[in-house]
Design a binder for this molecule. Structure first.
Ligand SMILES: Nc1ncnc2c1ncn2[C@@H]1O[C@H](COP(=O)(O)OP(=O)(O)O)[C@@H](O)[C@H]1O
Ligand SMILES: [Mg+2]
Length: 473
């Protein structure tokens, strides 16, 4: 067995088993990583991959290694985790599509799809074992079943999640940062105050990164009765577009009732986060810094995207106006990346998932206390996206555009109504702040779509135009 998780640099060559194998795998990764969906660095070349730490979860044949590598791309170097399997005989089908490298007659492959190997992860959490520097734990009070087989979920995501039987889902965080992951931290805090709107956290896996205990995986209850919020919302829009003559409130698939319940659930979660983790006041200086961040972003994006130019003066005014918002502004832990793809409708109500925060933001930024209105703004933007996504790439159709606009309006209002009812204060009353947050998000979307999906640029641009003309949403 090799030693606990420590930087490879500090170890003598030959001191650890599988070292040569790990080196060979790392050498193959610059080629292999960019083809992986979860790899966040596809925008630039991988200039080097260095093993930071590794552990042997299963030794012999088959072999299961856990690997943390540092991926270098010009000016940045980020740690990613991999599960690597190998077998000398009977290589499973799944291995061929995810082969990383062949070493001495053995095929090494990304092992998340190999159910014979991944069952060891759940069993180790059930047993609460320390395996070669990795801590497998169940959460207090959780009795985990052993021996379940897992399959990776196929929905688009930035991490890799394995579903065990129909009971558990294990998320392996791909890009790591030292410390307890914010997703786990907030799930634990919310469970402690009895939140009804989360999938219960049941276990975790952690290693060591930069000398700090670091979360690499989180196990939660898997909801078999769950429907994705984005799927529900876009189905409702599609139904309406299929027959634009029907009023939305008369349509079977009207979403407004759900939007309102979702608003109530988000308000509940915000209140629970305040109870569990407290609040802080942001003063005028902090407000000023926020305004400055928004203005800077606007300048950067406007320099890249000419289509934004006509809106720049209005956007500037909207951000400047935040300076007149009364201080202090209450800050708290928030979700940080809330949209319809992060919520699940179950028979028991809405659940909120994935509290890790904005993937592009720094860890410090993600962990900061923020106004709850950020999440409200995120969800309001998501309603616009759900409504307009069917218009992308189609010739202009005033009737369908009208349908999309009124669906979005109806559901944004319903969401705010539901939120206000539970929160006791209406997010629309903080109109200047909410408007600025929505517009800031839309400016970010403009830069994202410009870089990744030029066809979609019309979605945030149309929203900016709407918000500007309406005054507020
Ligand atoms: N507890 C759960 N029950 C059922 N499905 C889930 C659960 N947790 C996550 N999912 C599904 O997995 C997807 C990705 O989960 P998420 O936590 O958002 O991961 P990521 O960080 O990769 O975005 C969700 O959109 C949802 O479809
Ligand atoms: Mg997610």
């Amino acid at each position: 067995m090799s030693g606990p998780l420590e930087p490879v640099d500090s170890l003598e060559p030959g001191e650890r088993s599988h070292e040569a194998t790990v080196e060979a795998i790392a050498a193959a990764l610059p080629q292999w990583l960019p083809s992986q969906r979860w790899f966040a660095g596809k925008d630039r070349e991988v200039t080097g991959v260095r093993p930071l730490t590794w552990s042997t979860i299963l030794d012999g044949d088959p072999l299961l290694l856990h690997l943390v590598v540092e991926v270098e791309q010009d000016d940045r170097a980020e740690p990613y985790q991999l599960l690597v399997g190998s077998r000398r005989s009977e290589v499973p089908d799944v291995a061929s599509s995810v082969t990383i490298v062949d070493v001495d007659g053995a095929t090494f492959y990304e092992a998340c799809g190999d159910a014979d190997l991944t069952s060891a992860l759940l069993d180790s959490m059930a047993d609460g074992t320390l395996v070669d520097g990795l801590h497998f734990e169940s959460e207090p009070g959780a009795e985990l079943a052993r021996g379940l087989r897992a399959h990776p979920i196929t929905t688009e995501q930035s991490n890799t999640s394995l579903v065990y039987g129909s009971q558990y889902i294990l998320k392996l965080f791909r890009k790591l940062s030292p410390g307890v992951n914010k997703d786990l931290l907030l799930h634990r805090a919310l469970r402690e105050v009895g939140s009804q709107h989360i999938a219960e956290p049941l276990g975790s896996i952690s290693g060591t990164l930069a000398g700090e205990p670091t979360t690499i995986g989180m196990l939660q209850r898997f909801m078999t009765d769950a429907v994705d919020g984005w799927v529900m919302a876009t189905t409702s829009v599609r139904d309406l577009m299929a027959d634009p003559s029907v009023a939305p409130e008369e349509l079977g698939g009207d979403f407004a009732g759900e939007a309102s319940r979702l608003g109530a659930a988000v308000a509940d979660v915000h209140a629970d986060l305040r109870t569990a983790l407290g609040t802080e006041d942001a003063d005028a200086d902090e407000l000023e810094r926020t305004v400055q961040v928004m203005l800077d972003r606007l300048d950067r994006v406007a320099a890249d995207v000419p289509e934004l130019a006509p809106h720049v003066p209005g956007l500037r005014d909207a951000f400047d106006a935040m300076r007149h918002h009364p201080v202090p502004v209450e800050m708290q832990y928030v979700h940080g990346d809330l949209h319809l793809g992060q919520v699940l409708r179950t028979l028991g109500g809405w659940l909120i998932l994935d509290f890790e925060g904005e993937p592009a933001a720094s860890v410090a930024e993600r962990s900061r206390l923020r106004s709850a209105l950020r999440d409200v703004a995120g969800m309001l933007r998501s309603f616009d996206y759900a409504a307009q996504q069917l218009l992308v790439g189609r010739p202009d159709d005033p009737i369908l555009t009208d349908v999309a606009m009124s669906w979005a309006h109806r559901n944004r209002e319903a969401f705010c109504d539901g939120y206000a009812e539970v929160a006791g204060s209406d997010p629309r009353d903080a109109a200047v702040l909410l408007r600025a947050l929505e517009l800031d998000k839309a400016v970010y979307e403009v830069s994202y779509e410009h870089a990744n999906r030029p066809d979609w640029l019309s979605v945030p641009l149309a929203s900016i135009e709407r918000i500007m003309t309406e005054g507020s949403s």
